[in-house]
Design a protein around this ligand. Sequence first.
Ligand code: NAG
Ligand code: NAG
Ligand code: NAG
Ligand code: NAG
Length: 509
Amino acid sequence: MLMGMVLLLVGMVALLSVSVVGGTTSSSSSSRLSHHGNGNDAAASFLVNAFSFTTIIRHNASIGRKIYFHHAQHQLLNNHRRIVQQSSSRDDAPSLSSPSILLFSSSSSHSVIETASSSVDEINNIDSHNTNSISTPHPLILPEHIRTIKRGGVAILPNWLPSHLISSMKTDAQTLFESGHFQPDGLTNTAIKSQNFSVKADRQTFRGGGGGSGEEKSSSGWYNASIGNITARLEFANRMDQLRQELSLGLDRPTLFKEEHEEMNTRQRHEITYNWYEPGAKLGRHLDEHHEEMKGPKGWMLPTRRSVTWLVYLNDHWNEDEGGALRCFPRSEAQMDLNGDAAQVGAQDGNLQVGWVNGGADPVFLDCFRPSGMAALYQLVRVSAEEGKESGFERRILSVEDFDVPSMQPIEFAPFLLPEVRDTFTQISTSRLDPRFAGSSSSSPLSSDSIDFDCSDESTILDVLPTAGTLVLFDSVSLPHLVREVTGKRQRIAATGWFHEDSQFVLEI
Ligand SMILES: *[C@@H]1O[C@H](CO)[C@@H](O)[C@H](O)[C@H]1NC(C)=O
Ligand SMILES: *[C@@H]1O[C@H](CO)[C@@H](O)[C@H](O)[C@H]1NC(C)=O
Ligand SMILES: *[C@@H]1O[C@H](CO)[C@@H](O)[C@H](O)[C@H]1NC(C)=O
Ligand SMILES: *[C@@H]1O[C@H](CO)[C@@H](O)[C@H](O)[C@H]1NC(C)=O
């Protein structure tokens, strides 16, 4: 089916994932692994730095591959079913048979990969590229903002967008709106719509691409030169690219920004939109991204996921009594301080966060690639230095035993947790807290009456006025938010988007 074996190598902080599609294995070639220094057939060793970039390597399909990782756990997915093989020695390293997908995560910051290869050049790319060499002359974001995002807070930067861009983008959005380029989001689900929730009461969006892909997509939507003010939109896109680069470094999320991406690829990894709220419009509480396993059959098939949400407002002199505030539900400062900077919110080792324990102090992550082939919930705990061991973080498994994540929404994780942590667990996405997602496939459709559009009784509420020039940034997985009803007489206009990072693993069919 495929011309060659394609290895997609994704190096991240303590995460490497590899998918292998197609190819055949022959016993003679797999034995090459043990023969070092033998010309073309030599096994090659590579130091993989925690900051290595994604690399695509094409292998000759007729040559078998065996890959062995020191200090690493890896798991083999064969014919799209999870078959797990862990190898701690070269001999029991899995052969890659066709079609197979190999996924592994390194448990230390450095791993040595050995592979039998016909050409060393093919896999030289695995070697590390240190992103620390990227520097920007005038930072668009400060370390304190990075820290806020890491801790699960909301970074707010007033007067961030230069005033000439505020005015040309606002005019651009108005022009595009008037010529019919905005569409209602349907964020409010169909049940609500059928109950007289008019289009005007919904958020309306101008988004990149009309569903196209590849080249078509990279010159459509936001980048479509034949509509509105493309000069303004490109200037803004470039500014956002610099911001993305700074976030990638600051948050240690290497795949947020990859130098070698072609323009086309880059544009597909960054959603940029304008959005438009008429008076009376509002948006219910929701999260911008969810764990793949919670998204049903399609969850594992997307190459990227939303990582950081950004909003830039374009409304001059917006007043509080005009409504339309962005209402966020971050943890309290006290909750953030409880565990210091133990774990960055959102994702750990590629596993997305699904909740909190200990009164919101510790993020809980869902690992779907356990040796059992099932899933487990865990938190990170700090371990102090002991003899022979450096201080650092360790996983503490919180589930009673490995489990299969239920396929039907709403999914509740509490029943799988150890009794002693069950009571302190709060799930991020529940049918109450995230009705649009978690309630979407439930048998009793939501009615607009049953949705609390303000959630005023939450313990920590952060309202942000949509004032021209303000930039807002937060983690896309862990921060619930809503937009309060626009109560004034004018429209609320903003640019909104999502920086993507690579998915942990992509199921290719
Ligand atoms: C793949 O490798 C085989 C065996 O070494 C060789 O005969 C063949 O020409 C190679 N194919 C390509 C496309 O390089
Ligand atoms: C539907 O919406 C219209 C306009 O907002 C309103 O006049 C009407 O009373 C609504 N009907 C119902 C059944 O709520
Ligand atoms: C750009 O917008 C115009 C007007 O809507 C449309 O006809 C054209 O197909 C768009 N171009 C692309 C590449 O989407
Ligand atoms: C388009 O945007 C650019 C950049 O902000 C600005 O200089 C220019 O005047 C705008 N053009 C129009 C027609 O508004």
